[in-house]
Design a protein around this ligand. Sequence first.
Ligand SMILES: CC(C)(COP(=O)(O)OP(=O)(O)OC[C@H]1O[C@@H](n2cnc3c(N)ncnc32)[C@H](O)[C@@H]1OP(=O)(O)O)[C@@H](O)C(=O)NCCC(=O)NCCS
Length: 131
Amino acid sequence: MTLILTKNKKKYWEFIRVLRSNKSVEDGFIDKVQISKKEQEIYMNKYNDNYYVCLNEQIPCGYIGEINGDIRLCTSPEFQGIGVGTFMIKELTKIKKNIFAKIKVENISSIKAFEKAGYEKKYFLFEPKKN
Ligand SMILES: CC(C)(COP(=O)(O)OP(=O)(O)OC[C@H]1O[C@@H](n2cnc3c(N)ncnc32)[C@H](O)[C@@H]1OP(=O)(O)O)[C@@H](O)C(=O)NCCC(=O)NCCS
């Protein structure tokens, strides 16, 4: 496996949209969303440069980005558990300063990936309980 992190481009917008909307990754995210092609185009016209795509032998296998320092990250299900997430976090950390991740307490994969990339737990975020 040869991984590289490359700048986002229009040709990757659909890959990011489909992966972000994939049912099998939605539990990892704080917000569950289904993004339409039109919504993705509007969003990416604004935030294209905030995102990077991970390629394995030219094949996209994940994406990472940050909005106001807040990291957005996803690995394609078939590539999970083999170091792609950790790689993307390490690479983004070389490029961007003052970045952080808000992670659900039950998202063990994400917590592990950030810790392996050299991050540490610093704060608790409390919200009112939703029953
Ligand atoms: C969180 C996520 C990005 C991690 O990416 P990844 O490419 O799997 O990360 P890594 O391969 O670097 O693995 C990190 C750790 O999680 C573990 N892991 C990853 N997927 C796993 C799975 N499905 N089951 C159990 N452990 C898993 C890895 O084994 C590794 O732990 P280890 O060091 O003990 O082996 C990925 O699981 C994902 O996209 N999840 C859905 C979206 C999401 O949660 N995004 C993050 C929001 S903050």
